[in-house]
Write a protein that binds this ligand. Structure first.
Ligand code: 0RA
Length: 658
């Protein structure tokens, strides 16, 4: 192996990329000291972030027009290889640092090398910290570069080179292969999750049409002896992405509307479709990064959709018979869209930096979408009419729901305290220390009432299955006894703003802990999903505030004589049995499986599930609730849209009286 000493032959031609472009900024010690600052966390999320960081660099090569395939391999020991066919990391000598550019890119923080603003790069949010971070946080890393006819290799330990860059052979190809083993001194877990990797790669394939991403998991062997492996490649891009998201839904128009455009160096691509459901699904990306909190690109998109459809409906007299206004919200029901913008210098805002802040983007997206949508509506009058009908349907239902809601909310005010008869309230009037248990079934509700600490714990029993919020019409929701009880017990109301948007008024919220307590069986978990779906759709701010929890009743009690232990997992059960048993098959050790809350008495329920000192509560994150909603829509489907029946029964759009 000969180390690269003579740099003359590797000198870049004029205009080509050279080592001197790379600026050295910071050392990698900082990264190891405070990894969270660079990759967000050192849990499973941070661990996967290492892979995204390397892949992002390969995708930058794709965006620059040089890379068509990225292969990712999870090895048996959870080390990772990412191989691309891009240009390869430059290996010529960096003039100031007197080191190979490869070494600089791998060992100097922020030396990504691609500082020119004309090329879009994946940077912003927590991304774009550079492969050097991956190197710093890897026990071992090997970089192999095929470039200029040669194969160059350098290896590192915790970010420090283990030797010089070596030219180890010849190659007719170009590309970079990085293999790294995350450092156990840094990460709490080292186990890569196939599904997390696969889902992100599928998403990246949709976002970068024509780019092939291959994932191989050497930890899993298939029946035919090969490793588990999948390839992701989309020729249709965002259009296919929208079709994938809506796979289980009934589409309203034949194929998604596709928008592409460029303005002021901002690239815009959007695909949108309407389906027969009532929920809006928008996935938005900036430079391939998912912006969960939306931002100016999403605002621009909404603005265009509202403006164009409203104009079209008015110009064609479709809204003439309506006795109420169409509002922004009405354009959102059943809308599925993917918005992808490429912005040279993205600014991210918001709590989790998941919101695009660049104000110029609003107008750019709005104009691009507006122009294409305008043509589309002119050229597809039948599709346009279908969408407008759907919008009118949404407005009509919103109008009906408002009336139903107002009726219920007004009645409440008239009937004094307004608290539901079924509620066993607590004595505390301080929301911060008060808890409401939503308990499945009257009998478990009774046990919970006996077992609770009435000073701060309130119990609201819910009958069997609460109303199926997927199938139900919104105005029916507010008439449902169980749901009304939840609203009044909690002290929250829904109001509408000028946009027609439903806003949850939490000013009079009576509890800051809302605990869903269901049986630990299949039915119970179905009911949890149902309740979470309801919270996600109608009381989302409660979830976002971190007020919603799921109780975790034990699955077993293991007993021997007077000793007993509650167990929440199979493993705990095995341990308990092992601890009590004096020999094999010790018949004095008894295992009781708790199928439902009803099998526990008040005291047991208190000490296992309700007592703040001993209970386990799972706090529901917004992602949990969103996932419940997704699972739920898939299970329930929407074969015959109920609102269609509703609207047919009420014939004329204008005169819905509830
Ligand atoms: C610095 C400069 C150039 C490319 C890269 C780094 C690069 C980094 C990674 C990481 C994984 N795969 C990669 N591929 C490329 C520009 C190279 C040029 O101008 O020739």
């Amino acid at each position: 192996m000969d180390a690269v000493k003579n740099q003359e032959e590797l000198k870049p031609k004029a205009g080509e990329y050279g080592a001197s472009n790379i600026q050295a900024l910071e050392g990698l010690e900082a990264v190891r000291k405070r990894p969270g600052m660079y990759i967000g966390s050192t849990d499973t999320k941070g661990l996967h972030h290492l892979v995204w960081e390397v892949i992002d660099n390969s995708i930058d090569e794709h965006l620059a027009g040089y890379c068509t395939e990225i292969e990712t391999i999870v090895h048996k020991d959870n080390s990772i290889t990412v191989k691309d066919d891009g240009r390869g990391i430059p290996t010529d000598m960096h003039k100031k640092l007197k080191k190979s550019a490869l070494e600089v890119v791998m060992t100097v923080l922020h030396a990504g090398g691609k500082f020119d603003k004309d090329t879009y790069k994946v940077s912003g949010g927590l991304h774009g910290v550079g492969v050097s971070c991956v190197n710093a946080l890897s026990e071992h890393l090997r970089a192999e570069v095929h470039r200029e006819g040669k194969v160059f290799v350098q290896e590192y330990g915790r970010g420090k080179p283990l030797g010089e860059v070596a030219a180890i052979g010849e190659s007719g190809k170009t590309g970079t292969t990085i293999t790294f083993r995350p450092d156990p001194e840094i990460f709490e877990t080292l186990e890569y999750k196939y599904d997390i990797l696969a889902n992100r790669m599928r998403e990246l394939a949709f976002l970068n049409k024509g780019l092939k991403l291959r994932l191989t998991d050497e930890r899993e062997i298939e029946d035919d002896g090969s490793f588990k492996s999948e390839s992701f490649l989309s020729e249709g891009g965002l259009k296919e992405f929208v079709e994938f998201i809506d796979a289980s839904k009934q589409r309203l128009i034949d194929e998604p509307i596709h928008v592409t455009g460029v303005e002021e160096n901002v690239e815009v691509e959007v695909a949108l479709q309407y389906n027969t459901s009532y929920t809006e699904t928008i996935y938005a990306y900036v430079n391939n990064i998912n912006t969960r909190e939306g931002g100016t690109h999403v605002n621009g998109f909404r603005r265009a959709v509202n403006r164009l459809f409203k104009q079209y409906g008015e110009d064609n007299g479709f809204f003439k018979k309506l006795k109420f206004n169409i509002s922004g919200e009405d354009f959102r029901e059943g809308l599925t869209a993917v918005i992808s913008v490429k912005v040279p210098e993205p600014q991210f805002k918001g709590q989790t930096k998941g919101e695009l802040g660049n104000s110029e983007v609003t107008g750019i997206v709005s104009r691009c979408v507006g122009e294409v949508l305008g043509h589309y509506l002119e050229e597809h009058p039948r599709a346009a009419k279908k969408i407008i009908d759907k919008v009118i349907l949404a407005a009509t239902a919103r109008h009906a729901a408002r009336k139903a809601r107002e009726l219920v909310q007004r009645k409440n005010v008239l009937t004094g305290s307004g608290l539901p008869g079924k509620l066993a309230d607590c004595s505390s009037r301080d929301p911060e220390s008060s808890e409401l248990f939503l308990v499945e079934g009257d009998s478990a509700g009774g046990t919970a009432k006996q077992g609770r600490d009435r000073n701060f714990q309130a119990i609201l029993p819910l009958r069997g299955k609460i109303l199926n919020v997927e199938k139900a019409l919104e105005h029916k929701i507010y008439e449902n006894e169980e749901i009304k009880n939840m609203f009044t017990a909690l002290g929250v109301t829904i109001e509408e703003n000028d946009e027609g948007e439903r806003i949850l008024n939490m000013e009079k919220l009576r509890y800051h802990k809302i605990v869903i307590m269901c049986d630990a069986d299949v039915d119970g978990s179905h009911i949890v999903t149902l309740i979470l779906t309801f919270f996600f759709r109608y009381m989302r701010p409660l979830v976002e505030s971190g007020y919603v929890y799921i109780a975790q009743p034990p699955l077993y009690m293991v007993k021997k004589g007077k000793q007993f232990r509650y167990c929440w997992t199979e493993e705990e059960r095995r341990e308990a049995v092992a601890a009590y048993a004096t020999g094999e098959n010790d018949s004095s050790v008894k295992i009781q499986r708790y199928k439902g809350l009803g099998e526990m008495n008040a005291e047991q329920l208190w000490e296992t599930t309700m007592d703040p000192d001993t209970r386990i509560l799972q706090q529901v994150s917004i992602d949990d609730a969103r996932e419940a909603d997704r699972v739920f829509s898939m299970l329930m489907g929407d074969d015959v849209p109920p609102r269609r029946a509703f609207i047919e029964a009420n014939a004329k759009y204008a005169n819905v009286d509830v």
